[in-house]
Design a protein around this ligand. Structure first.
Ligand code: AMP
Length: 280
């Protein structure tokens, strides 16, 4: 695997691939890699002649400085995992490569999407996500971009970003990989102590309970019950919402034929976990 740290070296690889008419698949990550990340890389490798994975912990998307400081860094293991899964190129820039001195940030018009759920509870988060993804896409110039459904709202935000910037890139949304007890794989899981790790699958259990009873329940009552269930188990639930899966608007405002999704964010001490499940 080639490890590239400088934007100019990445540009050479990308230009060569474009001249050779090789399709480029791109998997952006923040490292502390797990099988969920590797599944995105495997899918890209199947569908493209060149797969580029990036690891960059983007400071501008962390609204909470403590979360940024405590974000797990496991670069040696990450490189090992990437080598083993046959990854071709790792882009591992430092902050000055992504945000050089003359970097000018712009505001992304995300509208409603930025005012709800993750947007509401993590102010500025999606502007930071757009900033880094915009920057990385302009460097990697992929044909296809692979992201995980695990970050459901982020998928909609990135889709909006592609529209806003008129990028001709196909967005591929990959399913959430879970541990055998249902816990969605996440880099932040590495921070859970054994007690918290035992509790964490309750999030998925709660999502399944909602999915199984959604069709004949009042959504507000269901959310109240689910929130009480999580809080009683020791979580501090930030939100549980049922929404139209395409717009994330409330189900009452959406056409009944549309798909719905349930989304959750809950804390175990200072560790924030998110998950979601399509309901129909
Ligand atoms: P992150 O490193 O957390 O920024 O994630 C990088 C990419 O991996 C994002 O597109 C995530 O949505 C995706 N991802 C994270 N966790 C999972 C998972 N459990 N299953 C599938 N994809 C995931």
């Amino acid at each position: 695997m080639i490890i590239i740290k400088k934007a100019k070296d990445l540009a050479a690889i990308v230009n060569n691939a474009i001249i050779a008419k090789k399709s480029i698949g791109f998997v952006p990550t923040m490292g502390a890699l797990h099988s969920g990340h590797l599944s995105l890389i495997a899918q890209s490798a199947k569908e493209n002649q060149l797969t580029i994975c990036s690891i960059f912990i983007n400071p501008t998307q962390f609204n909470n400085p403590d979360d940024f400081k405590k974000y797990p860094v496991t670069i040696e293991t990450d490189i090992d995992l990437l080598e083993k899964c046959g990854s071709q190129v790792l882009f591992l820039p430092d902050t000055t490569e992504i945000y050089p001195q003359d970097f000018k940030s712009i505001h992304y018009e995300l509208g409603y999407l930025e005012t709800i759920l993750e947007g509401k509870f993590r102010p500025g988060h999606f502007q930071g996500v757009c900033q880094v993804v915009d920057r990385l896409l302009s460097m990697v110039k992929p044909d296809k971009l692979y992201i995980g459904q695990k970050d459901f709202q982020q998928c909609l935000v990135i889709s909006r970003l592609l529209e806003l910037r008129e990028f001709k890139i196909k967005l591929i949304i990959c399913p959430t990989l879970r541990e055998s007890d249902g816990l969605a794989m996440s880099s932040r899981n590495a921070r859970l102590d054994p007690e918290q790790r035992k509790l964490a699958p309750k999030i998925y259990e709660t999502l399944l309970m909602i999915k199984n009873t959604f069709s004949d329940s009042d959504p507000k009552e269901l959310i109240k019950k689910a929130t009480n269930h999580l809080n009683a188990a020791g979580f501090e639930t930030e939100y549980i919402e049922i929404a139209d899966a395409e717009s994330l608007r409330s189900p009452e405002l959406s056409n009944n034929n549309k798909r719905h999704v349930v989304l959750v964010a809950a804390y175990l001490k200072d560790i924030r976990l998110i998950d979601n499940l399509l309901l129909d």
